[in-house]
Write a protein of this length. Sequence first.
Length: 139
Amino acid sequence: MPRTSQSPAAEAPQAYGPAFTPAPGDTPQIAGSGPNGEPLYAARWYRRPYDDELAGYLSTAQGPGWGLIDCRTAPDFRVEDCVVVGESPRGSGLGKAVQAAAWQFKVRPPQRGGRPMVGEWVRIRIDYQLRPRANRFEG
């Protein structure tokens, strides 16, 4: 099917993170909520995880597929209190693997009025591809 071009303003924001570059302005909320009903935002990487940071955790999971977690942002671009919200294929262990690796993630907190909102919840998806050793993981 041919792609139709849209103006940048008409393009929908990514449903859930992470987007690579910092974005000016307010971070949009996404569908869903944190574990206790908190607002949820798409994660934006401060630094993408390196393959070797993920490899030990994802080596026991059944890929290819993806893991989806919600985490509370913490100081120094860290995340904490992460919970698994999805994985594919179901039962693959990818969600738990991503959750276990999350202590290494560097994520920008959502922002409102140009100010970071440390302590707010973000959604992070890590895709796992079976391919040659280099660049197997995408975030």
